[in-house]
Design a binder for this molecule. Structure first.
Ligand code: MF3
Ligand code: CO
Ligand code: CO
Length: 268
């Protein structure tokens, strides 16, 4: 079996993407196949989450599953990133790098996996509870998932993509949560990030791209118990809340249909 690596591996940045963000049914089938592998990798990671496990071990679980399916872990070698997943613990908003950090009871860990198969990417993440977490953290996780689903349901042909963030921010504000603005959803498919931006806050009139049937993109809100402001570690990747408040995230790759949507990053 031969695994095809992403075309950007070894380059400082991916080659410019010139296509649009809508796909044929045959192409959507291939995004779904990649997305299923990413989702099943997260199932395997979830089964391995427990107090005492390291984020590097979770990354290994994700890596082994993706390659066992003949797919390539898209993050490996993407803009110089050196792991097969992002593992973001507690105050880490996104792009946490797997290392020897040992997870403890009460921690939150988000794991983000993208699989590349047959020329197409499927991108998904989930936030896992390590053992039992605080009530506050538990609700943050639940409501971040709900915010993602509300954003996805708001995506309909003819509307602007900024409807998604408007719905997510309105919901998050009910609970006083911070809504991260500077990391966004994105077009995904034949490129990992196509250039289409999907904000998770109310950005109107900016980001007025009109949603079309068969458009594919991610929705991946990051909500916090405090500020939406962030800072980055010297590793050039890890992004944390500025006030070190807890944060959670969920992500699906979705295709918009004439009459609704389909999740492309599901396990069955
Ligand atoms: N999977 C992430 C996303 O949702 C991107 C990770 S890029 C990396 O868009 F280089 F940090 F791995
Ligand atoms: Co993404
Ligand atoms: Co992702």
């Amino acid at each position: 079996m031969c695994i095809r690596a992403g075309p950007y591996v070894g380059l400082a940045a991916p080659p410019a993407y010139t296509g649009d963000n809508t796909y044929t049914e045959a192409e959507i089938d291939r995004i779904r196949a990649a997305g299923r592998i990413a989702s099943r990798a997260l199932d395997a990671v979830g089964a391995a989450v427990r107090p005492g496990v390291t984020t590097a071990e979770l990354d290994r679980v994700a890596h082994e599953y993706v390659v066992s399916q003949g797919a390539y872990p898209s993050t490996l070698g993407y803009r110089g990133y050196r792991a097969s997943s992002c593992t973001s613990v507690n105050e880490v908003i996104c792009h946490g790098v797997p290392d020897d950090t040992v997870l403890g009871e009460g921690d939150l860990v988000n794991v983000d996996v993208t699989a590349y198969l047959d020329g197409f990417h499927g991108d998904t993440n989930r936030t896992f509870r390590v053992g039992e977490v605080s009530e506050e953290a538990d609700q943050l996780i639940e409501r971040t998932h709900e915010a993602m689903m509300r954003g996805i349901r708001a995506a309909k042909p003819g509307r602007e993509v900024n409807v998604i963030g408007r719905v997510i921010e309105t919901y998050a504000k009910r609970f006083g949560y911070g809504v991260v603005r500077d990391f966004t959803g994105h077009g995904v498919g034949s490129a990992f990030h196509t250039g289409l931006i999907i904000p998770h806050y109310d950005s109107a009139p900016a980001y007025g791209d009109v949603i079309k049937p068969n458009m594919v993109f991610t929705v991946e809100p990051m909500l916090t118990l405090g500020t939406h402001e962030w800072e980055q570690w010297d590793d050039g990747w890890t992004v944390t809340t500025r006030d070190k408040s807890l944060t959670a995230q969920f992500e699906h790759t979705v295709v918009v249909r004439e009459d609704g949507f389909e999740l492309l990053t599901v396990s069955d």
